[in-house]
Design a binder for this molecule. Structure first.
Ligand code: HEM
Length: 131
């Protein structure tokens, strides 16, 4: 893999770190620290993180698609399952925006994100669970 493709991969992993790491920071630090008494601050943080994670998702789709084409991976079931989970995560995020008080949706977004990371690592390093 040349330097240019390494840079694409680097962008993919950085966007993944923002998307997944941000959720981890929210769950472990921001939500417990700003619970009941500082709800408006919590809402402001969540709204900004929402925009950042949307941008991260756009970068993940663009760089991930470039990598899949470059490495001719589109026919792999593992990639297709990963893409289905990306669509599911997007749908759950849209649902979460409409129903922010339903905290089970956030948990589901988080679990689906962890599964996507597993499949990403499997695509890059094996073993492929669905092929
Ligand atoms: C449409 C969306 C996406 C596509 C098409 C895609 C595609 C890919 C491909 C082809 C690889 C293999 C890269 C390589 O061989 O170097 C990869 C790796 C990876 N992806 Fe994605 N991806 C997408 C979204 C995501 C999302 C949303 C996440 C995380 C939440 C993610 C996390 C990862 C991780 C952790 C790796 C492993 C990177 C490495 O070890 O080099 N991907 N992705």
């Amino acid at each position: 893999m040349g330097t240019g493709w390494l840079a694409i991969r680097w962008l993919h992993v950085l966007a993944m770190a923002l998307f997944v790491g941000g959720q981890l920071v929210l769950v472990t630090a921001v939500v417990p620290a700003l619970r009941e008494e500082q709800r408006p601050a919590l809402r402001a943080v969540a709204r900004r993180f929402g925009w950042a994670s949307l941008a991260a998702l756009a970068v993940l789709v663009a760089t991930g698609s470039a990598l899949a084409s470059h490495e001719h991976l589109w026919d792999l079931r593992t990639l297709q399952v990963k893409l289905a989970l990306v669509v599911l995560a997007g749908a759950l995020i849209a649902w979460h925006i409409r129903r922010p008080e339903r905290h089970a949706i956030e948990g589901a977004v988080f679990l689906v994100s962890l599964a996507i990371v597993w499949l990403g690592l499997a695509l890059a390093h094996g073993p492929l669970p669905f092929d």
